[in-house]
Design a protein around this ligand. Sequence first.
Ligand code: NAP
Length: 508
Amino acid sequence: MVKSKICLCLTGKTLDEDIRYVNKYRDFIDLVELRADCLTEDQQLKIREFPQMIDVPAILTVRRKSDGGNFSAGEGSRAVIMAKGLAYANLDKTKNFAYIDLEDDFNVPSIEEAARAFGIRIIRSFHNITGPVQHIEFKIQGMSRFNDEIYKIAFKPNSLSDVSRLFKEAEKLEKKDVILIAMGSFGFATRVLSGKLNSFITFTSPSHESGALQAAPGQIDPETLCKLYNFRNINEDTKIFAVTGFPLAATKSPLIHNKGYQLAGINCVYLPVPAARPEEILDFSSALGIRGLSVTVPHKETIMPFLDDISPSAIKIGSCNTIFRKNGKLYGTNTDADGFSKALLDFLGRKNLKGMKISIIGAGGAAKAVAYGVHALRGKACIFNRSLEKAKKLASAYGFKFASLDISSSNLLSKYSDLIIQTTPIGMLPEPDKDPIPFYSFKGHEILYDIIYEPSETKVMKRARDAGCRVSNGFSMLVHQGALQFEFFTGMQYPIDNGLLEKITKEK
Ligand code: NAP
């Protein structure tokens, strides 16, 4: 496994803008890539000065549109920009570009000769921005010209299987300096685990908030790579964990787990790995030696047939959100129910739900874990759901009542209103204006626990709070279920006592 260098891609319109990003991320990077194709034409004339304006090595790249860049004029004009970047080489090499990116089909011998003469290393690249590249070894053999070149292949995977294949093929490559990248969310692991691919460089972009153009899909900013994913310390001994689901848009689980590893001082990393099918994440896990998985929508139920053993609670709930290896076998369990119970009891300041009459809104996957938890804590509940059949099925498993989720149930909801637990996605981003129980008027005595955590206050939470009710969102449930997973994965207590829960809540 190599120690990959961290490269910041610079896609500013001006050199000044690019220099601001270099300064911002200087502590987290080893080199930069000046994407001259993103500069305005007058700024392109000044690129020769750029290496002297910064104190890190720089790659010169003029990327064509067809390769994911911005350059749309002809190859002749592209060669002229490159020539401008290389001209008048300085004897002090730090004042020249350190690398130049030349695509596999770029054929201008004078540029290559100049680069060699001035000691500028060539990155020979191949990009496929519409699909995967098969047979990496043959592809690199076909690209090989001189031994001192670095071979870069970047492609868009169609699925996680394309990324698994890349990791498997990379293991067999003969020793050459290579850069291997699968772009987009499927390929995120190739950014963080670039060392496992023996990649010479991992590429990063300034954060979205900075307003910078992302150089390629899937890149993150170098500070997040170093601080959240602990990139500099990843080595052969690092234990890898992941969260999977589809599409797995914005998950907070990497924050919870990675913070936990850092506070506990253990050599682990936790990545988001989207997979469209459960088989794909299991194949990826065995290819990379992943030790544990958090599982989310839509795989919590569909992954169960692939497991060797499942905990009694996960069987009763009917879903697995946690998978790890136990005695060499794939073991599945569910931490949603216990995580929910812990979070709820903390919020209520109670030891159980005895004597409480509780409404559970929704009867989907999360409601199954909630119903299990409410029953285990001896609460009496009524389940309200749009599809009555599902409410009936879930209620019958615990001897609860059930009703449809509409105005005809408002009296029944009033009767079960000591605690209202909202488990539907209604009110979640990107539709925060929706309310799952618009027909119900809060009186002020109700306690509302909404398991949604984004936004941090849903519309129904605001209505309840305005009426004088105590309310909580579901972030504490997320953290507690993650903390329980952490314990299954690492065998260690989650460092929650150090005020981490509060810290994470503030950072989110
Ligand atoms: P799910 O299995 O798809 O269930 C969705 C439930 O919401 C079903 O009962 C469904 O009713 C109901 N529903 C959906 N759209 C509706 C609509 N327009 N009108 C009325 N009812 C509607 O989803 P899930 O996995 O349970 O997740 C639900 C929410 O919980 C998500 O927002 C998720 O982010 C959140 N969650 C949070 C945590 C946490 O740790 N805080 C953990 C897990 C889930 P039907 O049965 O009639 O379709």
